[in-house]
Design a protein around this ligand. Sequence first.
Ligand code: ZN
Length: 105
Amino acid sequence: MWNLFGNDWEYCIGACLCGWKEEVISFRTDKDYFCMEPVSIVPWDDKSIEDEPVWFQGLLHRMGDEETIRFLPFAYGTCVCPDCGKRAAYWDWLAKFIGYGWCGG
Ligand SMILES: [Zn+2]
């Protein structure tokens, strides 16, 4: 599922419950537009797989993918729909867009 993202994190997709849809969401330049709030991700202990952002970041670190690590807090963070103003987790936008159903509650 991660390969949905472009290499440069310029073109991420997302959709809100209200029907709003966007195929070009940039973690790089649209932070203010979507009022993005990044999460903070603690360093991985190299063992636990309970906290996905944590081990994923650890894995990326091993792979030397510092670029992705930079934007990971935004991918796991929240953003605001420009249409209805509702804040949602970015993952929920992604899930909605690709039709995984709504998991945001
Ligand atoms: Zn909306």
